[in-house]
Design a protein around this ligand. Structure first.
Ligand code: ZN
Length: 176
């Protein structure tokens, strides 16, 4: 298992809509495991394949403090939701600016997905797990949580990430 390289906003690949997974083969199984390892390495609570540059509908999540309840969801979709939306404070591994922003998410949703054993299952989830899975499914559709913010906030984050990406580039230049 290995840690995968994260894509950072505003990388255009984060806007690609991921494709449905038809066969759950060994490649998909090891992708799921590597994504989990990567998510834990970066202290995240969720990661979508889109964020590691893979155009497939698979997400991993674990909202527990002890990091002992991983979920790997293949082709996840929201099949039911309560209309009530509440504030969700979010950040994103692809936007590492150490600041969280409030956006509105459905409090309670019902999702359907496949597991690595190729079995469909449904889950009724609420609050943090619900927000996290909505955030990750958005990634699979090329949507970032900052798209829900005002233009002004979006622009500020864009500017911060511009500087962040410049640092990565100049750091790379020095090693060469
Ligand atoms: Zn994210």
């Amino acid at each position: 298992m290995s840690i995968m390289k994260l894509l950072y906003f505003p990388n255009n690949k984060l806007r690609i809509k991921a494709k449905y997974i038809k066969n759950i083969n060994n490649d998909i199984i090891s992708l799921g495991k590597n994504m989990l390892k990567t998510m834990y390495f970066y202290n995240g609570i969720g990661l979508a394949a889109t964020q590691v540059g893979i155009n497939k509908r698979i997400i991993v999540v674990d909202i527990t403090i002890k990091k002992n309840n991983p979920l790997i969801l293949i082709n996840p979709e929201i099949i039911k939701f309560d209309k009530l939306k509440i504030n969700s404070k979010e950040g994103c591994l692809s936007i590492p600016i150490k600041q969280q922003y409030s956006i509105l998410r459905y409090k309670k949703i019902k999702i359907k997905a496949k597991n690595l054993m190729n079995k469909y299952f449904e889950l009724e989830i609420y609050d943090l797990l619900s927000f996290c899975i909505q955030h990750e499914i958005d990634h699979l559709n090329g949507i970032l949580f900052i798209d829900y913010l005002s233009n002004l906030k979006f622009q500020r984050i864009y500017d911060k990430m511009y500087k962040f990406n410049q640092k990565i580039i100049s750091f790379k230049k020095k090693i060469i």
